[in-house]
Ligand binder design. Structure first.
Ligand code: MRU
Length: 354
């Protein structure tokens, strides 16, 4: 086992240490493996915005800890100051990134604890909020293991699985969603190899997915995003498994920019296109993918990387961080409650009834 893994628990994307939140700095992986410490909602919101932590479920977990930290900081304050400071924390965290619904789901859950315990002391509320943040993280790992087991059954022994972005342990509290399916399949004794799209412009595939798979000795081949069609046309891809940031009520799926392109290619070549996510990523208030908010990020991410700029200064740039894959291109949605084949309104609604 690598030194980057906590014994038995795998990669610890977020951890609670000595009264503060620590998160792996995903901006500098794999060159450096280091934790940064966070002590307030404002700091956590900035960590989410800057993508120290990223991936829908991990963002939700971080936001929950952000609320707890805010409460702990204010536990000696007057009732009014505590309530005002907590609201400020909720606001900062909600404004950090717009697309992953898990952020808003986690904040709503934390708000529920706050609302139903307003009559208690600030110290008690802070303790309850911290307990809820711990529970959201622990639950996330359990859910990923459950959905991983459902998804693993869909992969044949020997399957070559293409994935886009990073929907692994680093994108969650542990195990991962898309990579959780792959991990579970490997743990069940199947021989799985991974093809990782590098995932321009932030390189989550090249930097994070490749690193995660190498850590666990799961065979992984890195390709640039524009190689996926070629490999599919040569019969070198058996399945695609990706994560998602938000699923609309009709089954449309928002995920990292480039996912839509992969889904179209997969359909062209008759390759199953699977999407793995917890129920907390499904947003029943959004009727279809067209109304999912799509984050636009800085042009710098497209004109270069870190200190290296390769595009002409002054060029116009678009940088939508996500795209929407229509439900009709999704072979199945893999969740902790089971697999929904050809997801549509009815199939998705059924998940919430069982
Ligand atoms: O911009 P990111 O890195 O936060 O985008 C992450 C993704 O698109 C993931 O595929 C998605 O959040 C699912 S993570 C289990």
């Amino acid at each position: 086992m690598s030194q980057n893994m906590d014994s038995g628990r795998g990669i610890e994307t977020l951890r609670w240490r000595d009264g503060a939140l620590e998160m792996i700095d995903q901006r500098v992986l794999p060159a450096r493996f280091e934790y940064l410490r966070y002590a307030s909602a404002a700091e956590v919101a900035e960590g989410i915005r800057a993508m120290v932590v990223r991936g829908a479920p991990a963002i939700g977990c971080a936001a929950a800890y952000g609320v707890a930290l805010q409460a702990l900081r204010l536990r000696q304050a007057s009732r009014e100051a505590f309530a005002m400071g907590l609201e400020e924390g909720f606001g900062l965290l909600a404004a950090s990134r717009p697309t992953a619904v898990n952020l808003f789901w986690a904040l709503a859950r934390m708000r529920g604890v706050w609302e139903s315990n307003r009559h208690r002391s600030a110290q008690d509320v802070a303790d309850l909020l911290l307990a809820e943040a711990h529970e959201i993280s622990a639950e996330d790992v359990r859910i990923n293991r459950a959905l991983g087991a459902h998804g693993a059954a869909l992969l044949a022994d020997g399957a070559r699985v293409l994935t886009h972005c990073n929907a692994g342990a680093l994108a969650t509290a542990g195990h991962g969603t898309a990579l959780g399916v792959i991990r579970s399949a490997v743990q069940s004794g199947k021989h799985i190899s991974v093809i990782a799209d590098e995932t321009r412009p932030f390189l989550q595939g090249a930097r994070l997915t490749a690193w995660e798979m190498v850590q666990e000795k799961i065979p992984v081949t890195l390709i640039t995003d524009n190689m996926a069609g070629h490999l599919m046309s040569r019969g070198e891809v058996d399945a695609v498994v990706v994560g998602t940031d938000r699923v609309a009520a009709n089954g449309d799926v928002a995920n990292k920019i480039g996912t839509y392109m992969v889904a179209v290619l997969a359909q062209r070549h008759g390759i199953p296109f699977y999407v793995a996510c917890p129920l907390s990523t499904i947003d029943l208030t959004v009727t279809d993918g067209a109304v999912i908010p799509i984050e636009e990020r800085s042009p710098d991410e497209v004109t270069g990387f870190r200190d290296c700029q390769w595009a002409a200064t002054g060029v116009l740039v678009r940088n939508p961080a996500f795209d929407v894959t229509p439900a009709e291109l999704v072979t199945a949605l893999i969740t902790e409650k089971g697999v929904v084949k050809r997801p549509d309104r009815e199939g998705i609604a059924r998940l919430f009834r069982c």
